[in-house]
Design a binder for this molecule. Sequence first.
Ligand code: HEC
Ligand code: HEC
Ligand code: HEC
Ligand code: HEC
Length: 487
Amino acid sequence: MRKFRNGAILLLLAFVLVITGCSKDTASEKTANAAGKKTTGLSENEISNEAFKNLFPLQYNSYMKNKKMEDTKYGGSVKRSKYDPDKEPLLPILFNGYGFATEYNEDRGHVYALEDIRSVKRITDKSVGSCYTCKSTAVPQMIKEMGDSYWGANFNKDIWPKGEAMGHSPIGCSDCHDPKTMDLRVTRPSFYKALKAKGVDVSKPTKNDMRSYVCGQCHVEYYFSAKNSEVTFPWTKGFKPDEMYEYYSTIAKENGFEKDYISNISGTPILKAQHPEFETASSGTHGKANVACADCHMPYERVDGKRKISSHWWTSPLKTMQTSCGQCHGDRDLDKLKDRVIEIQDANVKALHEAQDTSTSAHYYVNKMITSGVSQAKIKEAQEHVRKGQWFWDIIAAENSAGFHNPQGSMDSLRISLDESNKAIQLATEELVKKGVNLEELNAEIEKVKTAVADEKVNEKKKDHAVNSYFPGQAPVVPTIPTTTKK
Ligand code: HEC
Ligand code: HEC
Ligand code: HEC
Ligand code: HEC
């Protein structure tokens, strides 16, 4: 409760500041102003983490803990490929025809964001500025300077060198704090734009809202608009997987965005989902009870003997059960509570693997429809099921809590995925039987490619085993797409 009372006092202070006209401070003001509110003395354009080091050593040191690399059963921060056998070995098939089939890694600490975007093989000479949006402290300033031309600018040629010249830091203090007052703030314009479109009043977020909003700027599903590659969140119809799918089928489509890529296996136009932690957590038990991201991921901790700070080590709360979960579930045996989390995750990941496996088979069934001369209409119908089957697992697979943020919602999505993929397989089966295709042979060939992909040791070569003479690639001959519409 204490933090809510502190919040009220801060709000009151801010109010006093406004009515006494003291909010207009100058950069040199380092000490108390009339109403007692301190400013840091930093420029409002400060983007270097190091500039905050001496002013806030406790938070800075906590931030530096993000360098630690340590895994939990499903999460954690060791740099690992998502293609690993115990993770999701079928991804090079499911993303075949797209960069995510070349390299796709588990998330890790914020301090690595720049290093990781720089080295990932998905970034090519055609990548756009938008890819930089969630990685660097230079972004807000760049958007201010470049306006809407930022989004579609060339990543390698323009954006990265500019960020380096500006002295960018990986995800840092200025991304969430006003450098002068240290008030929490949202710095990525796409976030409020999308909330407004959804009908949320963003003019007066509460302190508790801000403890999730700062994370929601980046930990969300998004796409690059067809018009100018702007990072856009598909929220107008709601946060649930089916509501976002509905958005893509209507609003996004009407505005020229239909797909992220065409599957090289089934020729299906596919939507690639991205880390929807904000949407998922908001729809889950905790989010509905107004528990914020920061409650679990930035618990108050005692440092320096006695001082309490908000932890700035954004990692798995399973590493900090006492401070993270204990503050609200102190009456429970925390070891048992942790077992409960793992149980939830085990069930979700099991369902996830089933959905993924069936989705993969569905792609190959459609591949066989194409090479067996089934009618275009039937192929299209099957492809729509494949597209849905993939969306409803990917939106859960790309989410980073292995089901914990919303156990029921995740299971529900995976159920829809399985249902859709099975519908594609059923439809294909009916048509393939008519064409006299040997289904036993087809199933054996599917198992063969799955094994070949899993057995290849070199990650970027895995995708090459997903197609062969039995399953020829279906990617269209790509016409020269203007770089602005390419992810
Ligand atoms: C009730 C507590 C709770 C809340 C609230 C919560 N999370 Fe989590 N989060 C967890 C747990 C537990 C995990 C699973 C960690 C694991 O598997 O080791 C997790 C996992 C994650 C991960 C992956 C961590 C990893 O180790 O790879 C990210 C990213 C994340 N959460 C972001 C968020 C964001 C953003 C919000 C707010 C929109 C949020 N979480 C809200 C408890 C919470
Ligand atoms: C991803 C967002 C984010 C980043 C990045 C971030 N902070 Fe914070 N910070 C928060 C949140 C959330 C709080 C809690 C504020 C609240 O509850 O009112 C906080 C609180 C604070 C506070 C208030 C005291 C406390 O511990 O609660 C200070 C000081 C602070 N941060 C300093 C820093 C510094 C220095 C950096 C950079 C090294 C930094 N922060 C980076 C989100 C962030
Ligand atoms: C400016 C964008 C941005 C903001 C703001 C942001 N994140 Fe992240 N976060 C990322 C990116 C990008 C990664 C992955 C970095 C990598 O793997 O190199 C990440 C990774 C994480 C991880 C995984 C760490 C691990 O150990 O695996 C957690 C947990 C997390 N963020 C939680 C949060 C929370 C909680 C907030 C809000 C307080 C927040 N993030 C705000 C972009 C952001
Ligand atoms: C800020 C308070 C708060 C924090 C922090 C918090 N919880 Fe909760 N938790 C709640 C509330 C409120 C509920 C819902 C209780 C209810 O409706 O009966 C809940 C429910 C749960 C449930 C039952 C979920 C369900 O769907 O029925 C589990 C399991 C749980 N929490 C685990 C955790 C874990 C693990 C952590 C730490 C990672 C955590 N909680 C952190 C407040 C919190």
